[in-house]
Design a protein. Structure first.
Length: 77
């Protein structure tokens, strides 16, 4: 990505490209990113992060598969 992206747009673009190249039965992506727009404005919060996800194919149809995937993600305290 050659320009700053809106995170929701970036995760969708990544999912679309992976789906096009790999052609999986299901695709699940979770993206966590810092908010550089806040840093650029001078906000000193180092813990500001946004999490977005995209679920496609089998992950949308199968709740057990989706639950298993999400359970593998690290929990933040």
């Amino acid at each position: 990505m050659s320009r700053p992206q809106i995170q929701e747009e970036a995760v969708t673009m990544l999912a679309t490209e992976l789906q096009r190249r790999v052609r999986p039965d299901g695709l699940a992506i979770v993206m966590e990113a810092d908010h550089f727009c806040m840093h650029w404005r001078g906000v000193k919060d180092d813990k500001s992060a946004m999490v977005n996800s995209v679920m496609r194919g089998a992950f949308l149809k199968d709740a057990n598969l989706r639950r298993e995937f999400l359970s593998l993600l690290p929990r933040k305290s």
